[in-house]
Design a protein. Structure first.
Length: 236
């Protein structure tokens, strides 16, 4: 009895339409670098891709440099005219099924909110719980979160360098604070999670604000402003 040699299985050819579709995808992928290069080298491309990319890189470098420093262990009181002994400790207070990750600092509506530390503004904008918020990144990469603002300070932009004298906004009741007395929700977030801000806070000896905002006339502004407008003012 003789065994017939096994023949190799026949490879089914792809339908012509599928081959064309694959060819088009390969062509598009191969041409993407050229398209991006053309966009970047044209005047419009330099305006909308080159500058924006540069702005982000500049900010990332400065934030990385700041993150390598030791975190601030002494934070300035973020609400004008309030002292530490006036704050009721609300850290980890029950909030339904969650815990309160911050301190509520009560003050009249429109009271100026100042940055508790030096750093860079990384976000200006609303969310469901915090309403109108500002987030600042400081030394050690810690994020300082200011929520329930009634309005933002005039001429405050994402990417701005701020000091302890910089006004960020004004006390309000936006977000889930609607119906409560006006207050600032102040949160501090490290790499390991939320920290209780109260032990880190210290009273301000005097209030001296920088020139970018006026304390007397809060300016409502619901929309955040683009990074591109002021990122070149970042300090070295």
């Amino acid at each position: 009895m003789t065994l017939e040699p096994k023949t190799a299985p026949t490879v089914m050819q792809r339908p012509a339409a599928l081959r064309r579709q694959i060819g088009v995808k390969k062509l598009v992928l191969a041409s993407l670098p050229l398209v991006l290069l053309v966009l970047i080298l044209t005047p419009a491309g330099m305006m909308w891709t080159g500058i924006k990319l540069k702005d982000k890189l500049v900010l990332y470098v400065r934030v990385a440099r700041l993150s390598a420093q030791q975190p601030d262990l002494n934070l300035s009181m973020p609400v004008s005219g309030v002292t530490k002994n006036q704050i009721t400790n609300t850290w980890h207070a029950a909030r339904g099924e969650r815990r309160h990750e911050g301190q509520d600092i009560f003050a009249p509506r429109g009271t100026p909110i100042l940055s508790a530390t030096e750093g860079y503004v990384v976000k200006i904008g609303p969310n469901n719980l915090g309403g109108q918020t500002v987030s600042v990144i400081g030394a050690g990469g810690r994020i300082y979160y200011y929520a329930h603002l009634d309005s933002y300070a005039t001429n405050l932009f994402e990417g701005d360098y701020v000091t302890r004298q910089t006004v960020l906004g004004y006390v309000g009741t936006t977000g889930n604070a609607d119906g409560t007395p006006p207050h600032l929700h102040f949160g501090v977030y490290a790499r390991g999670g939320a920290l209780n801000p109260l032990p880190l806070l210290s009273d301000r000896m005097g209030i001296r604000t920088d020139d970018r905002a006026s304390q007397s006339q809060p300016t409502p502004r619901a929309k955040k402003k683009p990074v591109r407008e002021r990122v070149f003012r970042l300090q070295t």
